[in-house]
Design a protein around this ligand. Structure first.
Ligand SMILES: [Zn+2]
Length: 355
C-alpha cells in the first residue's frame, strides 16, 4: 500500500515502508524509538491520518487535514507537562484508552517521551499491554529505561535514525532559510531537526563553537588562565538561553492574547508553562556546553589522525588520546549536575598538563 501522507515523513524510508505495510492490520501498540527531532511525533500523526483516511492517507481529504492539524477527535497526543509524564496524566490516558472511537475505525493515542514516564509507568503498563481492540497506542522515546523494558517488549518497535545533512538542509530551505546557511547549520545539528532550527535562530552559535576550537592554543596550564577561559565559555553559554527566553516570551504573549480574546482573565496553567520554559532553558544550556566539548574533542581527534599518519607515532599521539579522554570524562560529568565552572577549570588545567 502506498500512502502519500506517510511518504511525507522525512529521511526515514524504513519507517515509511514498515508503517505502510502495517496499515491493513495495525498492531495494538508501537514504540517509535530514536533521537528527538527526527520526526517521531510527526510520523505518529501521519500514521493516524493513514489509518483514519478512507484512502489510506491521501493527505488532502477532510479526515487527513483534521488529523494533520491535530483536531481529529480520535487522535490524542499526550505530552508531558512536567519533567515527566505525571501520574494524573497517566490516569487520564487510561480513561481515554477505553473510549470507543468517535469517527474513525480506531483511535490513536500518542504518548510522547515515554523514556520520561517516571512514576506514571505502572499506571500505564496494563493499558499499553492490552488496550481495547479499537485503540492503537504509539509511544515515542529516545531509549527504553530498564523499568519499562516489559512495556516496550509489548510494542512493535519502529526505529528512527538521525537525519542526514541533506534532509535537514532541505527542511530548512522549505522553511525559508537560504541554502548556504542551511547547509552550515545542518552540519552541526547532529541529525536533529529541532536542534537545527535552534541553531538557525541563533546565528552566534558558530562563533561560540569557534571559541572552543581555539582553546588548545590558549591553554597555558596555569590556574589563572583556566579560571578566565572557563568564565568566558560559561558566559557565552548563556547566549542561546537568551534566544530561547525571547521566543518563550513571545509564546506567552500569544497565549495571553488568546486567553483575553476568549474572555478569560489569565492564561490557564501559567505556572506549569513557566516551569516548562525553565527546563527548556536548562536543556539548551547543557546542549550548548556539550556541543562545545565535542568541538574541542574534534580538534584533538584531528591532531591524533595527523600524528598517526606520520611514522613513527610520537608523543603527540599519546597526548591527543589523553586529551580526548579528559574531554569525554568532562562531558559525562556534565549530566550529573556538577558545578559547571569547577568542571571546566579542572578540564582546562588537566588539558594543559597532557598537551
Ligand atoms: Zn485522506
Amino acid at each position: 500500500v502506498r500512502s502519500p501522507v506517510l511518504e511525507t515523513i522525512r529521511g526515514q524510508t524504513d519507517v515509511v515502508s514498515l508503517l505502510e505495510a502495517s496499515l491493513g492490520h495495525p498492531l495494538h501498540a508501537y514504540l517509535f524509538l530514536g533521537p528527538r527531532g527526527t520526526g517521531r511525533e510527526e510520523a505518529a500523526v501521519a500514521f493516524a491520518a493513514a489509518l483514519f483516511c478512507p484512502d489510506g492517507g491521501c493527505g488532502e481529504c477532510d479526515v487527513c487535514r483534521a488529523v494533520l492539524a491535530n483536531r481529529h477527535p480520535d487522535l490524542v497526543l499526550v505530552e508531558r507537562e512536567g519533567a515527566a509524564i505525571r501520574v494524573q496524566q497517566a490516569a487520564e490516558v487510561v480513561r481515554l484508552a477505553s473510549r470507543t472511537p468517535r469517527l474513525a475505525p480506531y483511535q490513536v493515542l500518542v504518548l510522547v517521551d515515554f523514556d520520561l514516564l517516571g512514576e506514571a509507568g505502572p499506571v500505564l503498563l496494563k493499558t499499553i499491554e492490552e488496550p481495547p481492540d479499537t485503540t492503537i497506542i504509539v509511544v515515542t522515546a529516545e531509549s527504553v529505561p530498564a523499568d519499562f523494558v516489559t512495556i516496550a517488549s509489548r510494542c512493535a518497535e519502529v526505529r528512527f535514525r538521525p537525519l542526514g545533512e541533506a534532509e535537514i538542509t532541505a527542511a530548512l530551505r522549505e522553511e525559508g532559510c537560504d541554502e548556504e546557511f542551511a547547509a552550515v547549520v545542518a552540519r552541526t545539528a547532529g541529525g536533529r531537526l529541532d536542534r537545527a532550527r535552534l541553531l538557525r535562530d541563533d546565528p552566534g552559535h558558530m562563533a561560540r563553537i569557534e571559541r572552543w576550537r581555539e582553546l588548545p592554543s590558549l591553554i597555558d596550564g596555569t590556574g589563572a588562565s583556566a579560571v578566565k577561559l572557563a568564565s568566558q565559555l560559561l558566559g557565552a553559554a548563556d547566549e542561546p538561553v537568551e534566544v530561547v527566553r525571547r521566543r518563550q516570551a513571545d509564546e506567552l504573549e500569544m497565549l495571553k492574547e488568546s486567553a483575553e480574546a476568549a474572555g478569560e482573565r489569565s492564561v490557564r496553567g501559567v505556572a506549569e508553562i513557566e516551569a516548562r520554559f525553565r527546563r527548556e532553558q536548562r536543556r539548551v544550556r547543557t546542549d550548548e556546553l556539550r556541543s562545545g566539548l565535542s568541538a574541542l574533542a574534534d580538534v584533538y581527534r584531528r591532531r591524533l589522525e595527523r600524528s598517526l599518519s606520520s611514522e613513527p607515532a610520537d608523543r603527540s599521539s599519546r597526548s591527543a588520546v589523553a586529551a580526548i579522554e579528559l574531554i569525554d570524562e568532562a562531558a559525562s560529568r556534565l549530566v550529573l549536575n556538577v558545578n559547571e565552572s569547577l568542571l571546566l577549570q579542572w578540564l582546562l588545567l588537566r588539558l594543559g598538563d597532557v598537551a
